[in-house]
Design a protein around this ligand. Structure first.
Ligand SMILES: Nc1ncnc2c1ncn2[C@@H]1O[C@H](COP(=O)(O)OP(=O)(O)OP(=O)(O)O)[C@@H](O)[C@H]1O
Length: 258
């Protein structure tokens, strides 16, 4: 089992922000986390990374029970790419150095870099179709290009789990498709990490995401195989408003029903 969250509840002050959430991610699965603003997606991921401690329930990641494991060690196996991180990077850094700094999750490069580090960075930038950005200043890259670099950076540490938190935010539809194609490419690699993809938009849930977890007001409302979860009936119940789901190819587009 990659992630095993059992009956977790988290209270902050008067508010119960996670209510009896259970979630199991198995080897070979890739998950999308879908939910409206404030539904608890980031909170759940903070729990999985050991930044928030639930009031009740248990968390196991990669077989390690929280409470018995050195979280700093465990976190080395988890890559987490989120938008809030972007601003903390040095704007004038070269792209390849940003990627290589992911090896030890540092901001900036402090360790000596080896020839293999450069090779790995180049290979990862190739996988994410951004090797043409080699030696560019980070600040000159577009939003979509920055996302790709940050994903490559997270992969530099060879994580077993890769969390992509709304990676398509702020991207135009063409940049979004290019980024999604790179993510699909990454998953097709034989030693790909388990992906957790956080989004508000069903159309970003590529066929490589085998499973979906629906979050609402701190609860895991439903979870299962993508095609079983992303139906009009199911999502209308989930959003508490009638929606239509149009399927184009293997993508799901949700519209508010007339
Ligand atoms: N430390 C905290 N103390 C109190 N409330 C919190 C805390 N962290 C999160 N919350 C609240 O918990 C709820 C869930 O927040 P969370 O960030 O997990 O949602 P989300 O699904 O990731 O939302 P978004 O899609 O907008 O990023 C929100 O109402 C938020 O204000």
């Amino acid at each position: 089992m990659i992630i095993d969250v059992e009956h977790i509840t988290w209270k902050s002050g008067q508010h119960t922000l996670m209510k009896d959430v259970s979630w199991q991610v198995r080897q070979g699965e890739h998950w999308a986390l879908l939910g409206l603003n404030g539904s608890g997606k980031t909170t759940l991921l903070n729990i999985v990374n050991g930044y928030i401690w639930p009031s009740e329930g248990s968390v196991r990641v990669l077989g390690h029970l929280f409470g018995e494991v050195d979280l700093r060690e465990l976190r080395k196996s988890i890559g987490w790419v989120s938008n809030s991180f972007q601003e903390r990077l040095y704007a004038s850094d070269r792209t390849q150095h940003i990627v290589i700094s992911g090896k030890h999750a540092t901001i900036g490069l402090y360790d000596k870099t080896s020839e293999e580090d450069y090779e790995q960075a180049r290979e990862l930038m190739r996988t994410l179709s951004c090797d043409h950005l080699w030696d560019r200043e980070y600040r000159t890259c577009s939003q979509g290009e920055k996302q790709k670099l940050l994903i490559a950076r997270a992969l530099m540490a060879n994580p077993r789990i890769l969390i992509l938190d709304e990676p398509c935010n702020g991207l135009d539809i063409f940049s979004r498709e290019r980024l999604l194609e790179s993510i699909a490419e990454l998953v097709r690699k034989p030693d790909a990490p388990t992906l957790i993809y956080v989004t508000h938009h069903t159309e970003e849930i590529l066929p490589v995401f085998s499973h979906v977890l629906l979050m609402r007001r701190g609860e895991a409302v439903d979870s299962g195989k993508t095609e079983d979860i992303l139906t009009a009936g199911n999502l209308s119940g989930f959003f508490e408003a009638p929606v239509d789901v149009d399927r184009h190819g293997d993508r799901f587009y949700v519209r508010v029903a007339e």
